[in-house]
Design a protein around this ligand. Structure first.
Ligand code: BJ8
Length: 420
């Protein structure tokens, strides 16, 4: 006998029993990492639930909204301007996969030697265990890395061209892409993006970013009032949840964290070694590296990733009075995301150094997903800059499997050992 969610998945054409196995596998990983932590803030419950609801309650919510005429857009990179999609009455949700479970299915079509994030994402769709695939009205890809940009052709997605340099010509190209994205979503939803509505959606997402900034400010405390693993859970929920509800819940968490910081309540003791993770994103299902670092006795105090600072650090200037000015402001804000697809990417190096100082970081771990050449090669420059600044750093290249856990643990332990 199927429960309500199983009935929904069945109606969407999913393989319900395989999908149940997927949820079991993700929950198992969650319990072994996030769930195994001590002294978690009470308000984290909402964000834990948001992750657990991402294939059930959140999907039902989107199905209901579609019945009322909204369109659902799947995205795979934080370069896609969500404000525009929302202003045209669409619901954008990031659909990147962070689970090992779906990788063998992804490898049936895609080469084995591409990044696990891509194989996991497409594996979910190929195995019929992603409830978002069947309800998606538009998939939006982008040209950030070779594997992703070629994958979009295979699945026939709309593609935004993210430039590879940061000059004027590149900005003009990106600005034009943003304008064309507006036209694309207008065509999809049949609704015009009005300046007044766009101003509202810019405010909604700026408030979400400000709340995330506040959360991360609190991580500057010694000891921080929450673990890096919990901060990651919040970020993963940010990529899936309805933004107004998410921000409201984050205000509550921030209040609790302020109280904890005042009283010195933390899962860590004062003086715990403060680590920054820098590089590739850790999307839902992937808690591997944070968990390893914190179990080894250090604390992750900041993430210089797209599930970290790159997602929330810049706001959109909402002072423009008309659509032309707003679209330009959006293009300017998004172009400040320092993805490793840019060459040169000096702004990322500057940002890393500033974050290291602001968060009193004693060691940096470059987190490289296997075969992500952009972040892997860029780590050479980042590493030499950190060396000059006398900040010890370690590069780990890994996938979503558990096979290398022992080896990673040994390397991380040795790295932490040498930190002051
Ligand atoms: S802006 S980091 S979210 S592309 S998929 S580049 S890990 S090989 S995710 Fe990203 Fe946008 Fe850039 Fe951020 Fe590497 Fe894998 Fe490519 Fe990846």
């Amino acid at each position: 006998m199927m429960n309500n969610h199983e009935r929904t998945w069945n109606e969407l054409g999913l393989d319900v029993s395989l999908h149940n196995e997927l949820l079991k596998s993700i929950d198992q990983t969650f319990q072994q990492t996030v769930g195994a932590q001590k002294d978690r803030p009470e308000a984290m419950k909402y964000f834990d639930d948001a992750l657990h609801e991402s294939h059930s309650g959140r999907v039902t919510e989107i199905i209901k909204a579609r019945k009322k005429g909204k369109k659902f857009i799947g995205t795979f990179c934080i370069y896609v301007p969500e404000e525009i999609a929302m202003a045209a009455d669409a619901i954008p949700v990031a659909l990147c996969g962070g689970t090992q479970f779906s990788i063998p299915y992804g490898e049936k079509m895609f080469p084995r030697d591409i990044c696990p994030l891509i194989k996991s994402t497409f594996g979910l769709a190929l195995a019929k265990i992603c409830p978002y695939g069947p309800i998606k009205d538009l998939g939006v890809g982008e040209t950030t890395c070779d594997a992703k940009k070629k994958a979009w052709d295979v699945v026939n997605f709309y593609v935004m061209e993210v430039p590879q340099k940061k000059g004027k010509l590149d900005f003009d190209l990106w600005h034009q892409e943003v304008i064309e994205f507006k036209e694309k979503v207008e065509e999809l939803t049949g609704r015009k993006v009005e300046s007044s509505r766009l101003s509202e959606t810019i405010t909604i997402l700026n408030e979400k970013r400000l709340a995330l900034q506040r959360l991360n400010e609190l991580r500057k405390n010694d000891p921080p009032p929450l673990s890096g693993l919990d901060a990651l859970v919040v970020m993963q929920a940010a990529l899936n949840d309805e933004p107004i509800r998410f921000t409201k819940q984050l205000y509550e968490l921030n209040e609790e964290l302020e109280e904890r910081a005042r009283k010195g309540v933390s899962p860590f003791t004062k003086g715990t070694k403060r680590i920054m993770i820098s590089g590739c994103p850790s999307v839902m299902g992937n808690w591997k590296i944070h968990s390893l670092i914190e179990r080894a006795g250090a604390t992750v105090v900041i993430d210089e990733t797209c599930t970290g600072t790159r997602y929330f650090e810049n706001l959109v200037d909402n002072t423009a009075k008309d659509l032309t000015g707003q679209l330009r402001a959006l293009a300017e804000r998004y172009m400040k995301i320092n993805c490793a697809c840019f060459s040169p990417n000096n702004e990322r190096l500057d940002a890393i150094l500033k974050i290291v100082k602001d968060y009193n970081v004693v060691g940096v771990i470059h987190y490289i997903l296997q075969y992500c050449h952009g972040y892997n090669v860029e780590a050479i420059r980042v590493s030499s800059m950190l060396k000059q600044a006398m900040i010890p750093n370690l590069k780990v290249e890994t996938d979503y499997s558990t096979e290398d856990i022992g080896q990673l643990r040994t390397r991380i332990d040795a790295f932490l050992e040498q930190l002051d």
